[in-house]
Ligand binder design. Structure first.
Ligand SMILES: [Zn+2]
Length: 183
């Protein structure tokens, strides 16, 4: 399922594996800077004025700038949708609550779309040195979490429990079989 994997990291600079986050091949030491996504509707203002946090991620120059363009276009789409709804709401004299509800729904549509069709990498700056990093590739996300003592998102636990259960069952089965009989 193409859902993105989140890694929560509390660190000043984030280390990335040598591989390009976009194409997965060795990035040859290249790094590309990326601005943090706006954190909620409030985060739009610092984001617009270029005040958002910047992280450097491992990627080839071409891969990295393509990724940046996609993320920028998506963020601008959210901004235009929200602004559009507010303008239309004022022009047609909607009730304030109706405008607010429309803004929230408008801002959610691209986010939901992004959840179902995630970009290779993007991140949100949660304040201080806390980052929520989002990866399309789960293995890459796990590597970043390991490199930075980060926390891999919860839904991974289910998978691990399944593995533990399988291991337990296998152990039980091997015990039940007992030692090979001597002839
Ligand atoms: Zn690449």
């Amino acid at each position: 399922m193409p859902l993105s994997t989140e890694v929560l990291v509390e660190k000043e600079t984030i280390e990335f594996p040598e591989q390009c986050v976009v194409c997965g091949r060795h990035a040859g030491g290249d790094h590309v800077p990326m601005r943090a996504n706006p954190h909620g509707i409030n985060g739009m203002v610092p984001w617009l004025f270029g005040r958002a946090k910047v992280l450097e991620f491992s990627a080839h120059r071409d891969c990295g700038s393509r990724l940046r363009r996609v993320v920028l276009a998506r963020n601008l789409l959210i901004l235009f949708m929200v602004t559009g709804i507010i303008v239309v709401g004022f022009v047609y004299e909607w009730n304030t609550w109706l405008i607010l509800a429309a803004v929230i729904v408008g801002a959610l549509v691209p986010t939901i779309w992004q959840t179902l069709r995630p970009v290779p990498f993007e991140f949100v700056h949660m304040g201080n040195n806390t980052y929520k990093l989002m990866f399309r590739n789960r293995d890459y996300a796990r590597e970043v979490a390991d490199l930075n003592d980060g926390i891999l998102e919860d839904d991974d636990r289910e998978e691990e429990e399944d593995d533990v259960d399988r291991l337990r069952r296998e152990m039980r089965e091997s015990v039940n079989e007992g030692p090979p009989e001597r002839s």
